[in-house]
Design a binder for this molecule. Structure first.
Ligand code: PMP
Length: 406
């Protein structure tokens, strides 16, 4: 079914907002997405009817809240086709999900001389945790280089894999260039040598169908707030066999089995990784966001987004003095560019004054921006609630920015 963008926009109250008296044009969806009424209502309903602590009380409200939370876990598992709900760990976001795995590896699975492979386009959240894990253990970080288009060089990746490699951690979609990485090839190549693969899906899960069973990845991380859910909730999918092997990341209530002054044994997965009271409203809100997306239809959403992306790319490419950064064949949602010789911060600030929200800077990927020898980029990132009219207004606004600087 064709997506009705006007109907969709009515589901997002914030999109009716004015910025400096101008209609808001929100093109910063890679930073965070806006929330539909369905998510906000689910959170309000939770506080109005269910609020209580989970997995602890033996009163009715607590039992109902626990049921709602565990139903949400099932919902999230089915959304990414995880075979078992206990392979879904609730975290604060992608960053915490990756830290959980990196610290787990650093505690027990990395030795001096071992190697961890990431790519040159990683977000700091999939770089710094591994850098720290290597520092702690004497392991070495290896970087897959990029080709001129902004895609990773698969041949170089193959050469980096060795008997020293302990894990490969890689983005599914670049938050700077929009490149879709060949994750299936990466997983298959790594698995041939028995090496596990973590996928940072922060920019993928909201734009591409994700099937972790089919991919066969060992870990998949994403954030609720980038897929129309609340902030402060994230997901780590991990294969049960790996989650059993990794030690817990935080300690305290909920994650224990038996505690004495001398010794503690840990709960089973997923609870072993969920110390303390969880973000129940976030979990319920995230499940509501996934229900909302499925109600609209994932296929319709992805088709609409692909067409809008092609439209925006075409329009931007035709504008004089626009230099698009990243030209990989497989891309989605994110377009980075520079306008003439104008600093990206200046472009971003002037667009803001015209009601257009974009992101400018290094997008938490400093090594990539340095590698490309850029001052940063202006980044437009799209959602299914954006329209062609908004892209047209952006193009006119960029023309105005250029005129101001001339
Ligand atoms: N990885 C990528 C590719 C991202 O784009 C982001 C967010 N910009 C993150 C990780 C971190 O996500 P969060 O801040 O929600 O933990």
């Amino acid at each position: 079914m064709k997506l009705d963008v006007n109907a969709v926009r009515n589901d997002f109250p914030i999109l009716q907002q004015k910025i400096y008296g101008k209609p808001l044009i929100y093109l910063d969806n890679a930073a965070t997405t806006q929330k539909p009424n369905a998510v906000m209502q689910a959170i309000v309903r939770y506080y109005e009817t269910l609020n209580s602590n989970v997995h602890r009380g033996n009163h009715l409200l607590s039992i109902q809240a626990t049921d709602a939370m565990e139903r949400a876990r099932n919902r999230i598992a089915s959304f990414i086709h995880a075979p078992h709900p206990e392979e879904i760990i609730f975290t604060r976001g992608t960053t915490e999900s990756i830290n959980l795995v990196a610290q787990g590896f650093a505690s027990s699975l990395l030795q001096p001389g071992d190697e961890v492979i990431i790519s040159a386009l990683e977000h700091h959240s999939n770089l710094v945790p591994w850098q720290q894990a290597c520092l702690r253990t004497g392991a070495q970080l290896k970087i897959i280089p990029l080709d001129e288009s902004g895609q990773i060089r698969l041949g170089d990746f193959r050469n980096l894999l060795s008997e020293k490699t302990r894990i490969v951690a890689i983005a599914h979609v670049s938050n700077v260039l929009g490149t879709i990485l060949p994750v299936q090839d990466i997983i298959d190549l790594a698995h041939r040598r028995g090496i596990p693969v973590l996928i940072d899906g922060a920019q993928a899960v909201q734009h591409l169908p994700i099937d972790v069973s089919q991919l066969g990845c060992d870990f998949y991380a994403f954030s609720g707030h980038k897929i129309y859910g609340p902030t402060g909730i994230g997901i780590l999918y991990g294969k049960g066999s790996w989650l059993e092997k990794i030690p817990p990341f935080q300690f305290g209530g909920e994650m224990i089995e038996i505690v004495s002054f001398e010794k503690t044994t840990f709960n089973e997965i997923p609870f072993k990784f969920e110390a303390g009271t969880p973000n129940v409203e976030g979990i319920i809100g995230l499940a509501a966001a996934l229900d909302y997306l499925c109600q609209i239809g994932l296929e319709s959403i992805f088709k609409y987004e692909t067409e809008l992306f092609e439209y925006a790319l075409h329009k931007l490419s035709r504008l004089d003095d626009v230099r698009i950064i990243g030209r990989a064949k497989d891309r989605c949602s994110v377009i980075s560019f520079l306008l003439d010789h104008i600093h990206p911060y200046d472009t971003g600030t002037l667009l803001d004054q015209m009601g257009i929200a974009v992101r400018s800077g290094n997008h938490c990927a400093q090594p990539l921006i340095d590698l490309l020898n850029l001052p940063g980029t202006v980044r437009v990132s799209l959602s299914f609630y954006n329209t062609r009219e908004e892209i047209d207004i952006l193009i006119t606004a960029l023309q105005k920015v250029k005129d101001i600087f001339q």
